[in-house]
Design a protein around this ligand. Structure first.
Ligand code: G6P
Length: 465
C-alpha cells in the first residue's frame, strides 16, 4: 500500500473485535479526536494511516475500515513493555508533564524506543510515494523524523506533539536529550499545542545545539535545511458534538441520567483517562471538603467522575487507581447517605453518545489537570451546551485555558482556590454562566479540528519555499 499522504501515529484508530472464545474476528473503528481530524484529509488525498493496533499480533495485513486505509505495525511483548509502557509512558510522559510523577530513566527502554522508532520510520519510508508527505504524531515517535529524512530526503515531513513540551530546565534531565532534539529536527515543520511549548523547544535548540536564526520559531540547520516551529492548538469536531447533543435520544438519556442520580440541583462532572496528570485526586478532595464544611450538600449535589482505564500495566497508574479507589470509598463512607453518594465513580469508558448525554446532564464540568497539552473534554463539554448554560471549571495548566478564557480558571495545586471556584460555579447566576458559555462556544466553533488539520497541512506544504 502506497500513498501521497502517510499519517504515522503510535496507534491506529481501531480496536480488535473478538468472538466469544477470544479469537480476533475483525476490527472496529475507535472514533477518537485524531481520526475525526484526519479523516477528511486522508479521504481527500487517499492517504494511509500507519500505527500499532494494540496487542501483540504479528504480521497483520493492511486493511480498510469505513473507507480509510490502515497499515498495522506490530510490537512484541518486550517492545510494548520497553517502548510503550517504558520509555513513552514511564519516561517521556511524566517528564513532559512537569515531572508530576518521577520519570524513570532506563537504558534498555531507550534502546527499544530507538528500535521501534527506526522500524516505524522504515515502514513510512516504504509507504510514501515520491515527493509525498508524512505527518508523524506524538511523543512515542520523536526519532522518526530524522530516521525518515535519512531514508527519504525527497519527503515533506511534519511532526505534531499532542502533549506539552517542557521547559528546558526539566528536559535537560533526559540522558538522551540530544538525540530527541535531533530526531525532531528531521521534520520540516514541528507543531506544538501552544506557543509556550513551541518557545520551550526553540529555546532548547538554541541552548543545546547553538542553532537558531534571527527569526523566532525558525531553526536553520548546518545542512541548509530550515525547520519551522509553531503552535497549532488542536480542537474537536464542534458541529458533530453540537448536533449529537441536540438529538432527542441524547437529551432523553441526559434526563434519565439526572433522574437516576435523584434529580439533584447540581451535577458536577469530571471525565478523564485515569492518569496522574489529570488532578482527579485533588479535585475529589476539594469537593469532599465542601460537603464536610456544609457548603454543598449530598441532598442537592453529586460529583460524577468517569475515569477511563489507561496504561494499566504501568506502576504509577496502578498506584493512582488504588489511591482514588480509597479516596472515593472514604468520601462516600463518611459523607454519603442512602441513595446519595457524594461521588459517583465510574471506572470505564463510554461511547460518544453517552458522553454527550453526560455533558448535557452536567451543570458544572470540572477539568483540573496539573498539566495537559490541550484537553479536549473541556472543548467537548462546551460544544454540547447549545443552550449556553453550564459552567466549566478549568485548570490554568491545560492548553485549552489559553482559548477558554471565560471558564472558571483554577490552579489545581491550590485546594482552597479550587473549592472557591467550585462554589462560584455552583452558585453562579444563569446570566453569568450563559455569558461565559456563549463566548467559549464561539471560540471553539471558529477553530474546529478540521481547520486545525488544514492549517497544519497548509503550513507543511509551504515549508522549504
Ligand atoms: C494522549 C496521547 C496519545 C495517546 C492517548 C491515549 O492523548 O497524546 O498519543 O494515544 O493519550 O493513551 P494510550 O497510551 O492509550 O495510547
Amino acid at each position: 500500500m502506497k500513498a501521497d499522504l502517510v499519517i504515522l501515529a503510535n496507534r491506529l484508530p481501531v480496536d480488535r473485535v473478538r468472538d466469544a472464545a477470544g479469537s480476533p474476528t475483525g476490527w472496529r473503528a475507535s472514533p477518537g479526536g485524531l481520526v475525526s481530524a484526519l479523516e477528511p484529509v486522508l479521504r481527500a488525498k487517499n492517504g494511509i494511516w500507519l500505527g500499532w493496533p494494540g496487542g501483540t499480533e504479528q504480521q497483520l495485513k493492511p486493511f480498510e475500515i469505513d473507507g480509510l486505509r490502515l497499515v498495522p505495525l506490530s510490537m512484541d511483548d518486550i517492545e510494548i513493555e520497553r517502548h510503550y509502557e517504558g520509555f513513552s509512558n514511564g519516561t517521556l510522559w511524566p517528564l513532559y508533564h512537569d515531572v508530576v510523577a518521577k520519570p524513570a530513566f532506563h537504558r534498555e527502554w531507550w534502546e527499544t524506543y530507538e528500535k521501534v522508532n527506526r522500524r516505524f520510520a522504515e515502514a513510512a519510508a516504504k509507504a510514501a510515494n515520491k515527493g509525498g508527505t508524512v505527518w508523524v504524531h506524538d511523543y512515542q515517535l520523536q526519532l522518526v523524523p530524522s530516521f525518515l529524512r535519512k531514508l527519504r530526503p525527497d519527503l515533506k515531513i511534519g511532526f505534531f506533539l499532542h502533549i506539552p513540551f517542557p521547559p528546558t530546565e526539566l528536559f535537560m534531565q533526559l540522558p538522551w536529550r540530544r538525540q530527541i532534539v535531533e530526531g525532531l529536527l528531521g521534520a520540516d515543520l514541528i507543531g506544538f499545542q501552544v506557543p509556550g511549548a513551541a518557545n520551550n523547544f526553540t529555546r532548547l535548540v538554541r541552548q543545546l545545539a547553538g542553532l537558531g536564526s534571527g527569526r523566532q520559531n525558525v531553526v536553520d540547520l548546518p545542512d541548509g535545511r530550515r525547520v519551522k516551529i509553531a503552535a497549532y492548538p488542536i480542537s474537536i469536531d464542534f458541529s458533530g458534538f453540537a448536533e449529537l447533543a441536540e438529538t432527542e435520544s441524547v437529551n432523553a438519556r441526559a434526563a434519565q441520567i439526572r433522574s437516576q442520580l435523584g434529580n439533584p440541583r447540581t451535577v458536577f462532572l469530571g471525565c478523564d483517562r485515569l492518569d496522574y496528570t489529570k488532578g482527579i485526586y485533588a479535585r475529589l478532595r476539594a469537593f469532599g471538603e465542601l460537603i464536610e464544611e456544609g457548603k454543598v450538600s449530598v441532598n442537592d449535589a453529586v460529583f460524577v467522575q468517569v475515569a477511563v482505564p489507561s496504561r494499566e500495566q504501568v506502576e504509577e497508574y496502578q498506584r493512582l487507581r488504588d489511591e482514588i479507589d480509597r479516596l472515593v470509598g472514604r468520601l462516600n463512607g463518611d459523607l454519603g447517605g442512602i441513595g446519595k453518594p457524594a461521588i459517583l465513580y465510574l471506572h470505564t469508558s463510554f461511547p460518544r453518545e453517552e458522553m454527550a448525554a453526560l455533558y448535557r446532564a452536567a451543570d458544572v464540568m470540572v477539568v483540573t489537570p496539573y498539566r495537559d497539552g490541550m484537553n479536549l473534554v473541556a472543548k467537548e463539554y462546551v460544544a454540547c451546551r447549545s443552550e449556553n448554560d453550564g459552567a466549566l471549571v478549568l485548570s490554568e495548566f491545560a492548553g485549552a485555558a489559553r482559548e477558554l478564557k471565560q471558564a472558571w480558571l483554577v490552579n489545581p495545586y491550590d485546594i482552597n482556590g479550587m473549592k472557591a471556584a467550585f462554589l462560584d460555579a455552583y452558585n453562579a447566576d444563569p446570566k453569568e454562566r450563559s455569558r461565559r458559555m456563549r463566548a467559549m462556544r464561539r471560540t471553539v466553533s471558529t477553530n474546529d479540528v478540521v481547520m486545525w488539520a488544514d492549517h497544519f497541512m497548509a503550513d507543511l506544504d509551504h515549508t522549504g519555499r
